[in-house]
Structures are given as structure tokens and as C-alpha cells.
Design a protein around this ligand. Sequence first.
Ligand SMILES: Cc1ncc(COP(=O)(O)O)c(C=O)c1O
Length: 436
Amino acid sequence: MNNAEWLARSRAAVWHPCTQMKLHETLPLVPIARGEGAWLFDFDGRRYLDAVSSWWVNLFGHANPRIGAALTAQLSQLEHVILAGFTHRSVVELSERLAALAPRGLGHAFYGSDGASAVEIALKMAFHYWRNEGRPEKTGFVSLAGSYHGETLGALAVTDVPLFRDAYAPLLKRNAIVPSPDARTARPGESARDVAERAAQALEAHLALHHATTAALIVEPLVQGACGMAMHDPHYLGRARDIAARHDVLLIADEIMTGFGRTGTLFACEQAGIAPDLLCLSKGITGGYLPLSCVLATDAVYAAFYADDPARGFLHSHSYTGNALACRAALAVLDIFRDDGVIAANRERSVRWTALAAPLAAHPRVKQFRQRGMIWAFEVDTPRADFARWCFAEGLQRELLLRPLGHTVYFMPPYVVTDDEFALLAARTLEIVERA
Ligand SMILES: Cc1ncc(COP(=O)(O)O)c(C=O)c1O
């Protein structure tokens, strides 16, 4: 079977995510036969450098032998068991290790599957926490302008991306949106820290008025991904932590994208020295192998549910909660972080790769070039209204999987990319920018 046959069958039988399917009348799907390291190979022998880590999930390359071996071992022991009333080794070990690695005090792990299910869990937990504390009127949530937390109805209700949200607006609970600390919005003379402080003051003003009816503030720490890799100063997180605590509002850190080293530390919250009340994790947690998400909660949150009355408990579940294979993949990922000193190695990689991207950063069409940890992003100054789609197609012709967000091009490759591969990515992207 070649590409043409697979894409025809896929178009007929698969409803692809986040896609206007009619688009594929003119823009062909890319059928992938196999992956190896940072490369994906199609059925006609072409290859593509996965510069977006397959929707930000892959950390250590496709077909990683160490994660594969861990999964093979788990497969011969236990694939899955109901997690209500039962437990198993991989979920226990993973929960203990996440608690030890995460910011202090987050010792209780509740599992879901995708990122959005973690957000649903965190929102329900925050509301139910206050209900159990005798404050049922705290039902509202606050999120940042441009925030993205997923596509299910609860997560979409704290998401501020009109393209995803507007069609479903009548179904969504109304929540508050406060200004983003996005450093790109700096006024003349303002530093990134000044923008963060200005946004923190807006948050404080909002909560001063609405704290009595607000359950939680949810933030994407340091980098707001889907709205265009908007980066902010850690100062905002420190201020948000303090303001939320003073107003009896829980802080939910959505590290679904930023977790597992993407921003340079294992978790982005570390760079502000803060611990949220609830921490949402997914994507890189299994190295991109299996769907798994997790909400880590503090003792205080956990204690509010611990009672004789079943209705005070958190009666939320998914069939695949704590899936043994997914947990084992996550343990293999944590082993790689530990054994290979990944965070320290990434610090050096990010310096080298930023230098390799210097010609791109200096190009006159490139604006707001920015980098944090293992994420690089910039705006392309172009009159093309169809830039994102055009750039995606141009990337494919140059063996690159790029997926711009509007006019924002970003690199978020697996950490196993070599210097030569990153140089190729930067040079070929520069060719595209020149033609934009
Ligand atoms: C910050 C953040 N939260 C939540 C989600 C939703 O995760 P999922 O697509 O796995 O449901 C995403 C996905 O991109 C995300 O970036």
C-alpha cells in the first residue's frame, strides 16, 4: 500500500481531529508508516522531522527502545485493572515518584486519560473542595486571556481561543477571563516583569470583587501554548500564587504542555518557586506513547474529601483510570530523565540550538523571537492570510513537520534531536520565511 491508498481510505473512514475535512480535498493527509527518533516516514519513502513532537507529546523520539522494553515487560504482567477497589505496582510507583518530583506538597495523584480529562478533574475537584468546606457558592473559575485548556465542555469553558470556543458558547459555563502576562504585550519601556506585574494587579482587582464566588484560577505556567506560545515572566506565577491564597481561591497549574522539561525545568512552576493546589499533567508524561493524565492534589484538598459520607468523596472515574501500560511508560520516561540527566543536558542543548537559530531570529520578517527551555517561537510578518496552512505545506516539502499557530511558527522537537537535525530545521524554516 502506498500513500495514496492510505490517505483515500483514511479520508473515507477516519474523522480527523481539529480539521475541516473538506480541506483534504486540496491538502493531502500524510500517512505515516513508522517513526524513528525525531523522524516520521511515510509509505512512499519520504521522511519528516517532527518539530512539534506529535502535538507536544513526544520527548525521547519515536520507537524509543527503552520505553518499548518497559511496555513489553508490563504487557506480560498486567495490561489493565479497574482502579476502584484495586491497585497495582505501576500506578503506586508512578504516584510516589511524581509526588517526589513535583513542587512540594502535591502528594495525591488522581488519573485521567487525555489532558482535557485532567482539566475536568481539576475543575470539579476545586468546586467540590469548596462545597465540602461549606462554601458551595464558590462555583466560578478564572483563566487568562488566550488560555487553552482542552476541548471538553468544562475545559472549553476556561479556554479563550474563539475558533475553538465560539461555536459551543451556548453550552459553556460563563467564567471570568483576566489579562494575560504575555510578554509580547509590553508597552514601550516595559519589561516582561512589568507586564507580569500589570497582569497580576488586574487579577488582584478581579478577585477582590469576585473571590466569594470563585473556586479557582487556572493558568498555563510560563508558556501559553495554543494561543501562540505566549511566554511570561515567572514573577506572574509568584504573584498569582499569593493573590489566590489571600482570596481563598485555589490555584490550578495546567502543566499539560509545559511539564516534563519543556520550559527548561521538569515543571514550569519550579522557576517561580511555587506549588499550586492542583497540578495537571499529561502529554509528555508517557513520552508520547499512551494516553495518560494526572492531577496532583495537596493534603489540604485531599483531606476535604476524606470522610464517612460517600457524597463528600470525589466520585469521578474513567474506565482506563491509572492504566497499567500507560503508568509503566511514564515510569520509563522518569527513568530516562534520571539516568540521562536530561534536564541538565537540555540546558546545554537549548543554548546550542538557540545559537543555531540566530540567522532565523535576525531575519527582517521574523518578529518577537523567543525561547524558553526547549520551546522556540516567533511571529512571521507576512501578508499571507493563509500563512499557517501554507507554511505547513512548505514544511512538508522540506521534510519538516511544522504546524504554525496563526502567524506564530514554533519549534518544540523531541529532546533527542541532534544538533545537525536542529540546524536543518532552522535552515529550512529560514527558506520558508524568505518566501512567506
Ligand atoms: C495547556 C493545555 N491544557 C490542556 C490541553 C488538552 O490536552 P488534550 O489535547 O490531551 O486533551 C492541552 C493540549 O494541547 C494544553 O496545551
